[in-house]
Design a binder for this molecule. Structure first.
Ligand SMILES: C=C(O[C@@H]1C=C(C(=O)O)C=C[C@H]1O)C(=O)O
Length: 358
């Protein structure tokens, strides 16, 4: 007898729960419509005055048995979930998002298809210092069967008294050395006014960590027809990083490679903290290829190989590392660049581990 009564009450509870579910989703649909209206009107999603009015209305109509404070608690959860729903809808609209474009973007740099599921390497000195210096590295890269040469011509240095780069001359050196070995040039541009000139010398324009939120530069980079390698800012969240890429894409340039290069944390054992989980998150949330700069994220030569292995294992589309013929006398980042024999060892260790894995 008892069991039948219990079962009957539970059946009623089931029915009511399903009604609540339907009503919640019906409410959710209205919330989404409001979210879209707010988006077009440029109004903030969160409206505390409206929420307060609703809580008052609910209090007025609450006949129990639940306490008003309990009901308020439940409704505050509903408001929070509603705001998240509106935010999700907004994110859906981002051009960089997988929701907008489910298939992977492949950035073609002189036949190297970054984002095609293979691992790609970008290597070269931190700063361009001389033709001979770049040529030696270009040769080493070419001998490893690689095609992407990096080098800084314009250097954004923390101190204004540090070497600022050779500027335009540096771009000319890079192009000359790259052409000799049929390589592509990846180089950072700091100033939107230098973009136009750079187009004749570089194959990939890098926007560095310090400029990730230089919105004028991002917009200008969106207007050129060249691949952009966008580095994550020193203290940027993954969301801010995605919005920075959105600035470029929104201007019409969809050839973007994202690059995780470590973020600032309290940890002092490494120069920055390599946020390795950013790689699968960015791969999941966006359709863009993702690289890992092992040099800047660690600042330590002894960590380059394990971090490169980790990057490849976690799904990065490429690895970037700095190589200098004589790092001890380098004008920048002397402690963290590999010399050429070290680079050769690094590459053969990676090739060996990849061969074992497959
Ligand atoms: C749906 C709206 O957006 C948000 C969600 C609310 C809700 O779930 O009722 C109320 C106010 C806003 O914080 C709205 O403004 O009406």
């Amino acid at each position: 007898m008892m069991t039948t009564e219990l079962e009957q009450l539970r059946t009623e509870i089931d029915e009511i729960s399903l009604k609540i579910l339907d009503l919640l989703n019906e409410r959710g649909t209205l919330v989404q419509q409001i979210g879209k209206l707010k988006e077009t009107q440029g109004v903030k999603r969160f409206d505390p005055i409206r929420e307060r009015k609703l809580l008052d209305l609910i209090a007025e109509h609450n006949d129990g048995p639940f306490e008003t404070s309990t009901i308020h608690h439940i409704f505050k959860k509903i408001f929070q979930a509603s705001l998240e729903l509106q935010e999700d809808d907004n994110r859906k609209a981002l051009l960089v998002s997988r929701k907008k474009k489910p298939e992977d973007t492949i950035v073609n740099v002189k036949g190297e298809r970054i984002g095609d599921g293979q691992t790609h390497f970008v290597a070269g000195p931190c700063a361009v210092e001389s033709y001979e210096q770049v040529r030696q590295v270009a040769q080493a890269i070419s001998q490893q069967g690689l095609t992407l040469l990096r080098g800084g011509a314009y250097k954004p240095r923390t101190s204004p008294y540090d070497f600022q780069g050779l500027g335009f001359e540096g771009l000319q050196i890079l192009r000359k050395a790259a052409d000799e070995f049929n390589l592509a040039v990846v180089s950072e541009i700091l100033n939107p006014n230098d973009l136009e000139t750079a187009l004749d010398y570089v194959d990939v324009i890098q926007i560095g960590a310090r400029n990730m939120q230089n919105f004028d530069l991002l917009k200008a980079a969106g207007q050129v027809r060249k691949p952009i390698l966008l580095k994550r800012g020193l203290s940027a969240t993954i969301e801010e990083f995605m919005y920075a890429a959105e600035y470029i894409l929104a201007q019409g340039n969809s050839e973007i490679i994202l690059c995780e290069r470590g973020i600032r944390t309290y940890e002092k054992a490494t120069r920055n903290t390599l946020d390795i989980s950013a790689v699968p998150i960015l791969k999941k949330e966006t359709h863009l290829p993702v690289m890992v700069d092992v040099t800047h994220s660690t600042g330590r030569k002894d960590l380059l190989l394990p971090c490169a292995k980790a990057a490849i294992a976690i799904g990065a589309d490429g690895v970037m590392a700095e190589v200098h013929p004589d790092p001890a006398v380098a004008l920048s980042d002397s402690a963290q660049q590999m010399n050429i024999p070290e680079f050769n060892e690094f590459m053969s260790a990676l090739k060996k581990s990849a061969a074992l894995a497959f």
